[in-house]
Design a protein around this ligand. Structure first.
Ligand SMILES: [Fe+2]
Length: 270
């Protein structure tokens, strides 16, 4: 099975006008549909992909209409290939449900499981809109515990927005990582997919292979003077899997070479 993993598109038809800070950076950034289209075109022309997974921050606090437009755009490339999403800290669960899933608006955690080839794909909602580090609700952790208990004998791929490995990135990981580690230890989860950092990474969490995909919008690099330099670096991961086990990963990373902002690390979320 071939799985395309993309993340952190931060799409919004119109970003609020700003010169400074994070919002100013977004205004200078190229339309994320450009790198998104480039990556989808390349990945899907080179491999027969069975499903596409998007690990959060689909939009930049977008409206239902932003989600609809984004999905329509992605569908131009993917056709009927199944798309699976989990929300990030810049996603409104209400808008995502309404605009992306075509469901009634609801702020309930977006936890669900679907059949994916020879395994089960689970979305664990680690997000709370406007809370950068994320929040794993007790009900989400209980849901995961019970679901994994029910599926002890089959391979599970888990997708969640926030990165889990302490020290993996300059930005903080999920605060409840220890509780999650306990639930995942000894489970049948064979692969974890996440986003949030906008930096590709491979590591292990609770002994499980954990893949973070690059973003499809901007990428921040901490500088010695305490600022973060944002540039247009983007990409994707493409996995070959068998019974949930990773046989191969192909990572593509691109850069326009453009710097779009420099913000002090303590002022990014202002
Ligand atoms: Fe993001």
């Amino acid at each position: 099975m071939k799985l395309l993993h993309i993340s952190d598109i931060h799409y919004r038809k119109k970003y609020p006008r700003a010169e400074e800070g994070y919002q100013g950076m977004l205004c200078r950034m190229q339309d994320p549909l450009i790198p998104l289209g480039q990556c989808l075109r390349k990945a899907l022309s080179e491999e027969e992909v069975d499903a596409v997974v998007i690990t959060g921050d689909l939009t930049e606090d977008g409206s239902p209409e932003d989600y609809r437009e984004l999905q329509d755009y992605i569908r131009r490339f993917t056709g009927q290939i199944p798309l699976f999403v989990t929300p990030g800290n810049h996603d409104s669960k209400e808008a995502l449900r309404e605009g992306w899933l075509g469901e009634a608006a609801s702020g309930a955690p977006c936890n669900y499981g679907v059949e994916l080839g020879d395994c089960l794909l689970l979305s664990l909602d680690s997000s709370s809109q406007g809370v950068p580090d994320g929040k794993l609700a007790e009900e989400s952790l209980s849901w995961l515990r019970e679901t994994l208990e029910l599926h002890r004998d089959r391979p599970v791929i888990l997708m969640t927005h926030h990165h889990l490995i302490p020290g993996q990135a300059e930005v903080k990981g999920l605060p409840e990582w220890q509780e999650l580690k306990e639930v995942l230890s000894g489970s049948s989860v064979s692969l974890i997919l996440c986003g949030h950092t906008h930096h590709q990474h491979e590591g292990r969490f609770a002994g499980i292979l954990c893949e973070t995909a690059a973003g499809l919008s901007f990428c921040g690099e901490g500088q010695p003077d305490g600022t973060v330099e944002f540039s247009e670096v983007y990409g994707y991961n493409l996995y070959s899997l068998q019974e949930g086990r990773l046989l191969g990963r192909r990572t593509e990373i691109f850069s326009t070479g453009r710097l779009v902002g420099r913000i002090h690390k303590d002022r990014i979320y202002e």
